[in-house]
Write a protein that binds this ligand. Sequence first.
Ligand code: ADP
Ligand code: MG
Length: 238
Amino acid sequence: MPGLQLRGVAKSFRNTEVLSNVDLDVAPREFIAFLGPSGSGKSTLLRIIAGLETADAGEVILDDRRIDGLPPGQRGVAMVFQHYALYPHMSVRQNMAFGLRNARVPQDQIDRLVEDAARVLEIDPLLERKPAQLSGGQRQRVAIGRAIVKSPKLFLLDEPLSNLDAALRLRTRVELAQLRERVESAFIMVTHDQAEAMTLADRIVVFNDRRIQQIAAPMEIYARPANRFVAQFVGSPA
Ligand code: ADP
Ligand code: MG
């Protein structure tokens, strides 16, 4: 089965379980939003999928291949963080090329991948600038560009817009929607902004108390919350 499957994923930190028996299916090109209170394990699950954290139990399968056990760079997954760190001494071009260079991709291919991604994100005029010469929104796009060049099957975005001011957040939300049309990847985005989840996501996954409480389309979550927690969390009238 193509896409991502999580099967029975569990994780504890110092005897405290933060994720218990999590199952999730993400279709190719699907856009999933993770919603839930702070501390409900959303980032931990992204990090497990990316390979930055090891699950205590369970399987992570991407396009019919077990990827838990593989190092992060070999999983076909790219992660964009809230506190995206660009290398300050490198140009935008060098920042975007960094992962490819480490993977020993040939230079002419690197140039093409970086320039294509820069065009998609409309940062091609900024390629020779340093991060300090960019606005917050431009820097965020470079961080996304650094992920795009790897042509990931799956993008993992951990509150990518939460450092931006309200106007920029709205604009970047629109840009993410456009990006999504132009690439073949699936997306999982953690957000605490329900409007963001509602407008961008095909399906929303609501986390609480170590478990997935509901997986459903945005309207469905509102109209038919699975339980009282979900109803209260999304402010559903039900
Ligand atoms: P969320 O992203 O939903 O806010 P997290 O996945 O960051 O939640 O955290 C879930 C729980 O796991 C929290 O209680 C957090 O303190 C704990 N936690 C996360 N990472 C670690 C870690 N590396 N060591 C110990 N505890 C951690
Ligand atoms: Mg988090």
